[in-house]
Design a protein around this ligand. Structure first.
Ligand code: CAA
Length: 218
């Protein structure tokens, strides 16, 4: 598995993916989307004895600080539509992945980064994690399904407030709202995700895959 902007490790049936653009706070640019598409659409399904996948961000500051804003300036209405569709397609691949996918949120999860975390089946927040949908500050709406997934996770009223105010929330508030499954000390996000996947690995794999399908039919 070789990608430009992802570092992967496959150990004990757990695939850990690190989004690796720390200088840009791991913002999702075209290359990173292409890497994620290759990984979730082609490579990961072929791994033998895969029990689950973890997504985290490189560095100590961010999970993913959003879509890469530097790619926005040249967008036209047509290319913006394509960019949004590409994000939807790839996040749907993640949401529909047949094994459990957990976001280990080690810092900022903003905009497309919060949307990526929400496309995962669970979220582990480190104490430093910050969640938010700041698109409204840029005159945009979340482009990759966040308006729907946030409503499903925290309810319509709170989702509406977060989306139209662009307020950023901390890990404890994310846990209180049901956006984060657990809050753990800084640096223990991936370890907690591994602990959960190791438990899942003892369960019936076909039933796990069908549970994911049924929950996604919500
Ligand atoms: N895209 C591209 N680069 C980004 C980025 C992004 N979303 N977020 C941060 N960066 C870059 C910065 O430009 C900066 O690069 P340079 O050092 O080359 O200047 C570097 O990451 C570090 O960022 P800051 O200096 O801003 O760090 P900070 O600690 O002062 O602030 C932050 C951190 C609050 C996360 C701030 O970076 C920020 O607000 N980022 C933008 C967040 C955002 O608006 N995300 C939503 C994007 S839109 C989206 O995602 C749309 C969609 O759904 C389709």
């Amino acid at each position: 598995m070789n990608y430009k902007n992802l570092v992967t490790e496959f150990e004990n049936g757990i695939l850990t993916i690190t989004i690796n653009r720390p200088k840009a706070l791991n913002a999702l640019n075209a290359q990173t989307f292409s890497d994620l598409k290759q990984l979730f659409g082609e490579d990961a399904v072929k791994l033998e004895n895969l029990h689950g996948v973890i997504i985290t961000g490189a560095g100590s500051k961010a999970f993913v600080a959003g879509a890469d804003i530097s790619e926005f300036s040249s967008l036209t209405a047509e290319t913006a539509k394509e960019l949004s569709q590409r994000g939807h397609d790839i996040f749907n691949l993640i949401e529909r992945f047949p094994k459990v996918v957990i976001a280990a949120v080690n810092g900022f999860a903003l905009g497309g980064g919060c949307e990526l975390a929400m496309a995962c089946h669970m979220r582990i927040a480190g104490e430093k994690a910050r969640f938010g949908q700041p698109e409204i500050n840029l005159g945009l709406i979340p482009g990759y399904g966040g308006t729907q997934r946030l409503v499903q996770l925290v309810g319509k009223g709170k989702a509406m407030e977060l989306l139209v105010t662009a307020d950023m929330i901390n890990a404890d508030e994310a846990y209180r709202l049901g956006l984060a499954n657990h809050v753990v000390p800084i640096g223990e996000e991936v370890a907690k995700a591994k602990e959960i996947i190791s438990k899942i690995a003892t369960k019936a794999p076909i039933a796990i895959t069908n549970t994911i399908k049924c929950v996604n039919a919500y």
